[in-house]
Design a protein around this ligand. Structure first.
Ligand SMILES: Nc1ncnc2c1ncn2[C@@H]1O[C@H](COP(=O)(O)OP(=O)(O)OP(=O)(O)O)[C@@H](O)[C@H]1O
Length: 318
């Protein structure tokens, strides 16, 4: 296994006696040649986990192994783009950045230049090799940041919000580049993003964290198929009253589409038969299975977790 995080916890001291538990008993793996999306609402514990993976902060409990070795000895196998394009020097050109970041990783100047230039050519940016990074577009800067993170040819790449602030075309280019890199080099990628469409487009596996604990893990496409089989569009002859809507919400996660239609994803504990029985009391005109996207799946998992409902965390066997 490329990366294996085992029972990671992180407690931060607070001004009162009780430490704050930012990450609790988090375990996951990133295999070679796969993109794993690490998703969670603000403050869920993603950055804290990634900082532990990079050895920037020490876990309170748990271990991290990269290629079977403790993480402190394996940072050479890891590349990271943590704060978007801000982790490259804007006054320097892409080539100068490659030399600088390569030098920090012990890569000779000429080799860093050659590798960096090859990446720029692959990604269509060779004409920009000598311009200051600040004169490039945000999308181009992001590509240069990814190239810098790859300059020592790591086996694992950690990408924090790689498409943040990019327009649709630039975001799609970054997605294509990530998939291309994985196909060409069998890199393993751990990616955080709040953009569910990006995660759905490029992640082989999804991992969701909420309030410091893992609340869902699964293979992206099979998880979406699984949830689609538990999600229904319900149409009614007349708009539902508020108590009826509240009652319906008890069966799972509900999203109104129009006054006479709602989408509902059943919670693990509520079988369809129970819902059908209740619907018999309402002016129902149609029940249709619904195709679910990752944004809906994410919302469902997080809402169920925050309601304290039982969530079936591991969806890998579906
Ligand atoms: N150094 C610290 N000291 C105390 N609390 C911290 C520290 N770093 C993070 N936290 C807390 O830990 C929790 C998790 O933060 P973290 O930055 O890991 O979340 P995140 O999932 O990356 O969120 P976002 O999506 O908003 O970036 C938050 O409540 C945060 O306030």
């Amino acid at each position: 296994m490329l990366l294996s995080a085992n029972h990671l916890s992180k407690k931060f001291p607070t001004s009162n006696q009780q430490p704050f538990v930012a990450v609790q008993d988090v375990s996951f793996t990133v295999p070679t040649g796969r993109v794993v999306a690490f998703l969670g609402p603000n403050g869920a514990g993603k950055t804290t986990t990634i900082k532990m993976l990079l050895g920037l902060i020490t876990p309170t409990h748990g271990t991290i192994q990269v290629l079977g070795h403790p993480v402190a000895r394996t940072l050479g196998a890891v590349g990271a783009v943590l704060e978007g394009s801000r982790n490259i020097y804007w006054r320097l050109s892409p080539l100068e950045n490659f030399e600088y970041w390569g030098g920090l990783r012990g890569i000779p100047r000429k080799i860093a230049q050659k590798r960096g230039m090859a990446y720029l050519t692959t990604f269509g940016l060779d004409a920009k090799a000598d311009q200051p990074v600040r004169a490039l577009s945000r999308g181009m800067q992001q590509i240069v940041a990814i190239c810098c993170a790859l300059i020592h040819q790591p086996q694992l790449l950690l990408l924090d919000e790689p498409t943040l602030g990019l327009d649709l075309t630039a975001a799609e280019q970054i997605q294509t580049i990530i998939r291309q890199l994985v196909a060409d080099t069998h890199l393993g990628v751990l990616l955080t993003t709040h953009d569910m469409s990006v995660a759905q487009a490029i992640a082989d596996d999804v991992l969701m964290i909420d309030q410091g604990t893992i609340v869902f893990r699964g293979e992206t496409q099979s998880a979406l198929r699984g949830f689609s089989s538990e999600t229904y569009a319900l149409s009614f002859a007349k708009p539902l009253m508020s108590p009826e809507l509240t009652q319906l919400g008890r069966w799972g996660t509900m999203a109104p589409v129009s006054p006479t239609q709602v989408i509902i994803t059943l919670a693990d504990t509520h079988p369809l038969s129970e819902l059908l029985e209740y619907l018999g009391h309402l002016p129902i005109t149609a029940i249709e299975k619904q195709q679910v996207d990752l944004a809906a799946l994410f919302k469902h998992v997080i809402r169920q977790h925050q309601k304290g409902a039982t969530v079936h965390v591991d969806r890998r066997e579906q």
